[in-house]
Design a protein around this ligand. Structure first.
Ligand code: OXD
Ligand code: MN
Length: 586
C-alpha cells in the first residue's frame, strides 16, 4: 500500500532508513486485520487467550515488569525556547531532542515489522477531529490503536484530503528505562517515543497527541484540549445536560462517566460520551461544544466492580484486551476489587502468592471499544460535539476540600482549576499517595507553559457570555479514622443533580469566599447512610485550613514568575482578604 500524500511517503522512507524494519505493514483498520495480528501475537506469546466461553475475543498481554505506567521523568516537550515548555515540563531543544532519540531509534526495528497506522482522533466527519500517523514496531500498539481510535483507510482518506497529520514514531526499543524517551515536538507536530510499550507512552494518539500536542495547537487556534470525561445527565423529565470533568489519573473518571444511578434516582440516566479526554470549541452561540477524540477506553482494572462500575464490567465481557491483570483457575481475568473469582496466576504469570504483592498490577488496564459500553451516548458520534453546561474539577483530597462548590466567576474558575492538587496514583511511576499540584489534572499532559495555558483559559471570558458554570468536587474526604465520608460511585449523582440544579438556577447555595456551597438539604441524602453532621462537615469551609491552602497554592503559582496571569493573583487575594470570619457554617 502507499498514499498520495507525499509528505507521508517521504517520512516513512526516512524512518525506514533510520530504524531498518524487516517489513512494513500498512494498517487498513479492518476486523480481519485485527484478527490476523491477534493470531500472530498468540503464536509469539505476546498475547494469551482468556476463557473464550465467558470472555469471547478477550486476550491478556503481560508487559515487561519495568514498563507498567507512564514515566513522567522521561517525557519531554522540545520547543525552540524553554519558556514555551514552561517549568511544568521537562525541556530539551528540538535539535538535542532529535539527536538523543534518533540514536536510540537507529536500527531498532531490525527483524521487526513496522506498522503504519493512520488514525483520526474524533469522529471522522467532525471538523474538530485531527489525524495522525503512528509508525510502530509493536503489534500490541497496533491492536490497541484499532480499539482506541478510528484508524486505517478511513483516517488515511481524511489525511489525503486534509493534507495535515501529526507524525508519531514509536518503538519498544529494548524496553529498558535507560533507553526510554517520550519526546514531543509541538512546533513540528511530531512525537518520538522509544523504550516503552505502556499505553500512555506508546498509544501515541492518546496522551501524546490528544493532550500534549493538541493542547499546544488548541492554544494557537483558540480551543481547549483537556484531560476530562464527558457525560450526559438525563433527568426523569427527559432533559439531558452535558458535563465535562477533569480529575487526575485513577481518580474515577471512568466510573463517573459510566455511573448507574441508585434505586432512589429512578428515571435518571447517565450517558457516556468520553472517559478521559475532551476537545472543546466555542459554538456560534458562545457555548462550549465537546467531542471525545477517542473511540475506546483504556481503563484501570483494579477497583472496577459491580458496585463501582457495573457498565464497565458489562463491556469487558467480550472483545477486550487486558494488560497485566491476574487470571483465575478457569482462565478468566481477575483483579483486586472484583467480587467473584480468586486469582491463580498473578500479573507476571507466576502462581499467585500474596506475600509477593497484588495479583493484578495496580495500574493494570483494559482496552475496549466505546461502543461496548451499555451507557455509550449516540451523541459521542455527533460531529458537532455536545454542549457543555458544567465543568468540574477535582482531585483526591483526604481533608479540607468540600464535597462540592461552585466558582464565583470565570476568572475564579481558572484559579480553582489551577489550584487542583491530588494524591499521586499508580498511573505514573513513583511514590503513590503524595499530594502534588495537578492544575486542571493536566500536570503530566499540558504540552506548553502552564502560565500561558491559564492565560488561554482566561481569554475565553472575553470571547463568550455563555460559558459553562464551573465546580470543584472531592469524593475522597476521610474522617479521623481514615474512612471515606462520602459513599461515592453511583451516589455521586446526588452531587451532579445539585450541579445541574445550579446551572438551571434552581438549587440552593450559600455564598462563601471560596465559592457557592450547597445549602443544608440541597443535596439529597434520601436513602443514604450519611448523617446531617457528616454532610455539614463535607460542605463547610474551614477558614484556617483555607488560608494555609491558599498560601501553598500561591507558592506554587509564583513558581511561574512574571508570566503568571495577574488575574489569578487578584482572585486569590479576594479569597484571602475576606476569609477570616466570613465563612458561614451551616
Ligand atoms: C490514563 C492516565 O491512562 O491518565 O488515562 O494515565
Ligand atoms: Mn487519563
Amino acid at each position: 500500500m502507499s498514499t498520495t500524500n507525499q509528505e507521508l511517503n517521504n517520512w516513512i522512507e526516512e524512518v525506514k532508513e533510520l530504524t531498518q524494519p524487516d517489513r512494513i505493514h500498512w494498517c487498513d483498520g479492518s476486523k480481519e486485520e485485527y484478527r490476523r495480528i491477534v493470531q500472530e501475537m498468540l503464536k509469539s506469546k505476546q498475547l494469551y487467550e482468556l476463557n473464550q466461553e465467558t470472555h469471547p475475543n478477550c486476550y491478556l498481554h503481560r508487559s515487561d515488569p519495568n514498563d507498567v505506567a507512564r514515566t513522567e521523568h522521561l517525557t519531554y516537550v522540545c520547543t525552540s525556547k524553554s519558556e514555551t515548555a514552561g517549568p511544568n515540563n521537562n525541556w530539551m531543544s528540538p535539535s538535542e531532542g532529535h539527536e538523543k532519540v534518533d540514536k536510540l531509534f537507529a536500527g531498532c526495528m531490525k527483524g521487526r515489522t513496522m506498522y503504519v497506522i493512520p488514525y483520526c482522533m474524533g469522529p471522522v466527519e467532525s471538523p474538530y477531529s485531527r489525524c495522525g500517523v503512528e509508525l510502530t514496531d509493536s503489534p500490541y500498539v497496533a491492536i490497541n490503536m484499532h480499539i482506541m481510535t478510528r484508524m486505517g483507510n478511513q483516517a488515511l482518506k481524511r489525511i489525503e484530503s486534509e493534507k495535515t497529520f501529526v507524525k508519531g514514531l514509536h518503538s519498544t526499543g529494548d524496553l529498558s528505562i535507560e533507553n526510554r524517551l517520550i519526546m514531543h515536538f509541538p512546533e513540528e507536530l511530531s512525537i518520538k517515543s522509544i523504550g516503552s510499550g505502556y499505553g500512555g507512552n506508546a498509544l501515541l494518539g492518546k496522551k501524546c497527541h490528544a493532550l500534549r500536542i493538541a493542547s499546544y495547537q488548541a492554544k494557537t487556534e483558540g480551543w481547549l484540549a483537556e484531560h476530562m470525561l464527558i457525560l450526559g445527565l438525563q433527568s426523569p423529565e427527559g432533559e439531558t445536560h452535558y458535563v465535562a470533568a477533569a480529575f487526575p489519573s485513577q481518580c474515577g473518571k471512568t466510573n463517573l462517566a459510566m455511573l448507574i444511578p441508585p434505586e432512589t434516582y429512578k428515571g435518571w440516566k447517565v450517558w457516556t460520551v468520553g472517559d478521559d479526554i475532551a476537545w472543546m470549541h466555542l459554538g456560534e452561540d458562545g457555548r462550549l461544544f465537546a467531542i471525545n477524540p477517542e473511540a475506546g477506553y483504556f481503563g484501570v482494572a483494579p477497583g472496577t466492580s459491580e458496585k463501582t462500575n457495573p457498565n464497565a464490567l458489562a463491556m469487558l465481557q467480550q472483545d477486550a484486551i487486558f494488560t497485566n491483570v491476574a487470571v483465575t483457575e478457569d482462565n478468566q481475568p481477575w483483579w483486586e476489587g472484583l467480587d467473584e473469582g480468586t486469582p491463580k496466576t498473578d500479573w507476571q504469570g507466576r502462581p499467585f502468592d500474596p506475600s509477593q504483592g497484588k495479583a493484578a498490577q495496580p495500574n493494570s488496564r483494559f482496552t475496549v471499544s466505546a461502543k461496548h459500553c451499555p451507557s455509550y451516548s449516540p451523541e459521542a458520534e455527533n460531529p458537532k460535539g455536545v454542549p457543555i453546561s458544567a465543568i468540574i474539577f477535582g482531585g483526591r483530597r483526604p481533608s479540607l476540600i468540600p464535597l462540592v462548590y461552585e466558582t464565583k466567576s470565570w476568572e475564579h474558575s481558572v484559579l480553582v482549576g489551577a489550584s487542583v492538587a491530588s494524591e499521586t496514583t499508580a498511573a505514573a511511576t513513583g511514590k503513590v499517595g503524595v499530594l502534588r499540584h495537578d492544575p486542571m489534572a493536566m500536570k503530566p499532559f499540558c504540552g506548553y507553559n502552564f502560565a500561558e495555558y491559564w492565560q488561554h483559559w482566561l481569554s475565553f471570558s472575553s470571547k463568550s457570555k455563555n460559558l459553562p458554570k464551573v465546580f470543584h468536587v472531592n469524593w475522597f474526604r476521610q474522617d479521623e479514622k481514615g474512612e471515606f465520608m462520602w459513599p461515592g460511585f453511583g451516589e455521586n449523582i446526588r452531587v451532579l443533580e445539585w450541579i445541574i440544579g445550579r446551572v438551571k438556577g434552581q438549587a440552593e447555595a450559600i455564598p462563601t469566599p471560596i465559592g457557592y456551597l450547597p445549602a443544608r438539604g440541597a443535596i439529597s441524602t434520601n436513602g443514604l447512610d450519611v448523617s446531617n453532621e457528616t454532610m455539614d462537615e463535607l460542605c463547610k469551609v474551614d477558614e484556617q485550613g483555607w488560608i494555609g491552602e491558599a498560601s501553598k497554592v500561591r507558592t506554587y503559582l509564583e513558581t511561574f514568575g512574571t508570566q503568571l496571569p495577574q488575574e489569578l493573583r487578584d482572585e486569590q487575594d479576594k479569597i484571602i482578604k475576606v476569609t477570616p470570619n466570613k465563612c458561614p457554617t451551616h
